[in-house]
Design a protein around this ligand. Structure first.
Ligand code: BG6
Length: 483
């Protein structure tokens, strides 16, 4: 019997960050432009306009040549230079793990070069050593919204099969160099965010291809192949590593028990599980090939790729969870969309954050149970947390709302563990404030450590411990016993 009452002794408590949202130093030590560097912050825009999911070629060209705008991810919190001090805060909280990404544009700035950028590698050599020195198990995301711009310009993004080889070369470089220090790897961040973050996920401008839907699904197929190639490489080399895949949880409830709504939710959910169905079971399920046929999406999958996927399924599932969703047949009819594009309808039973994200800790228990029942693969909580406006007062932030949010989610996580679900660890998103992925705001904060910087980059940059800092420290110290 594997069931446990509480968190296992070796539970990986910690946090998660991404290079493009934290490092800054966007043009230092040979780094080239990455797609995240192209997102401007516009103070005058209303909130909904801050989220630019798609980019046109003209918008990309504008950003590349613009000399006036503020591009928050180019600066992050200057972690590239401050990481030694910043890691001390995480150590003080007792972090057992840190999940972070490596920026492709630092390692292969020109993408097609044969040899990697020495300075880029040196930075991550030192950084990884420092993470380990501070007592944390490194978990590396190979690609987290850091596609080099060159891939968009030359190949129109991941849809081109040559990008698989470029990613393979990049990934192999990292595996060869760090396999002795890094055991856990995530091939691609949130591989299922095709419709929510298409540009950052696939790197294709909406106006440079004829069939954008097809380009997105071809792009993600190529990512699935790239991930399997890295798993195969690690296996052949005999590296003692685990290669994971990652979903942003988008599991939806039906609006009510009307069978049409129940089926809508089931189809919506299945469309979000298809990625991991392939990566854990080794083949494309019938429902997705039917969806492709009926949607006139023609994905090029070779027999060799089919065999590769069959033989190289991945090892663990990383999940990010922030909110739950509800789908509605009625709303789909109003918006004239099929199940593949259902937008979320407000769930009357749940409160939402200022960004409209429905707060639902029980949804966490629900989705993790679905994943476990479907795959029986160990699950890493790769991200969870509450983005909020914080107020710095007397050199701290009284962020009881954040404590309550994370506490409620940890209580539900414990429910999963009691059911025997294998949970590897819990990584709170952005343990030190960083730039928002979707809105480019610095002021959408998730951290236990406050960074004095605003949306336009003004501020001292000084760090302050929030109330949640001391709370999370105690959670780790007591292994989550007193929740
Ligand atoms: C996840 C991403 O989707 O959510 C992170 O992996 C991101 O990069 C996080 O920061 C929170 O989203 P946001 O838009 O609030 O930063």
């Amino acid at each position: 019997m594997k069931n446990m009452k509480g968190f296992p002794q070796n539970f990986l408590w910690g946090g998660a960050i991404a290079a493009n949202q934290i490092e800054g130093a966007w043009n230092e030590d040979g780094k080239s432009i990455g797609l995240s560097d192209l997102f401007i912050y516009r103070p005058e825009a209303d909130k909904s306009k801050l989220h630019s999911a798609n980019m046109t070629q003209a918008e990309v060209d504008f950003a590349v040549n613009d000399k006036d705008g503020y591009y928050p991810k180019r600066h992050g919190i200057d972690f590239y230079h401050s990481y030694k001090d910043d890691l001390k805060y995480l150590k003080e909280m007792g972090f057992k793990t840190l999940r972070f990404s490596i920026n492709w544009a630092r390692i292969f700035p020109n993408v097609e070069d044969y040899t990697p950028n020495k300075k880029g590698l040196e930075f991550y050599d030192n950084f990884i050593d420092e993470v380990i020195k501070n007592g944390m198990e490194p978990i590396v995301t190979i690609l987290h919204y850091e596609i080099p711009l060159y891939i968009t310009e030359k190949y129109q993004g991941w849809k081109h099969k040559d990008v698989i080889d470029l990613y393979e070369k990049y990934g192999q470089t990292l595996l060869e160099r760090y396999h002795g220090k890094v055991k856990y790897w995530i091939a691609i961040n949130q591989i299922n965010l095709l419709h929510i973050e298409p540009f950052l996920s696939i790197g294709t401008c909406i106006d440079t291809v004829e069939n954008f839907e097809e380009a997105k699904y071809q792009g993600v197929h190529n990512q699935i192949v790239g991930s399997a190639l890295l798993k195969k490489f690690a296996k052949e080399q005999g590296y003692d590593i685990q290669m994971g895949t990652m979903l942003a949880d988008l599991t939806a409830y039906p609006e009510n028990a009307h069978p049409d709504n129940v089926l809508l939710a089931m189809k919506h959910n299945r469309l979000n599980y298809f990625y991991t169905d392939v990566q854990f079971r080794g083949e494309y399920p019938g429902y997705i090939t039917r969806f492709f046929n009926e949607s006139e999406i023609d994905i090029k999958i070779t027999a060799e790729e089919e065999a590769l996927l069959k033989e190289n399924t991945l090892d663990f599932l990383a999940v990010s969870y922030y909110f739950s969703q509800m789908v509605s047949m009625e709303l789909n009819k109003e918006q004239h969309v099929s199940y593949s594009y259902s937008s979320a309808k407000k769930n009357p039973f749940l409160e939402v954050s200022p960004w409209g994200w429905a707060i639902d800790s029980k949804g966490f228990y629900n989705c993790l149970s679905q994943y476990w029942d479907r795959y029986q693969k160990p699950i890493l909580i790769a991200e969870n947390g509450l983005g909020m406006y914080d107020k710095l007062e007397n050199e701290t932030v009284n962020d009881d709302y954040r404590i309550e949010y994370i506490k409620d989610h940890l209580i539900q996580l414990k429910e999963c563990i009691k059911d025997g679900i294998e949970i590897m660890g819990f990584c709170a998103w952005g343990p030190i404030d960083l730039v928002s992925a979707s809105t480019q705001e610095m002021e959408k904060r998730y951290g236990f450590v406050y960074v004095d910087k605003d949306n336009l980059g003004h501020g001292t940059g000084k760090r302050y411990r929030k109330k949640s800092f001391y709370w999370y420290k105690e959670v780790i110290e007591t292994n989550g016993e007193n929740l």
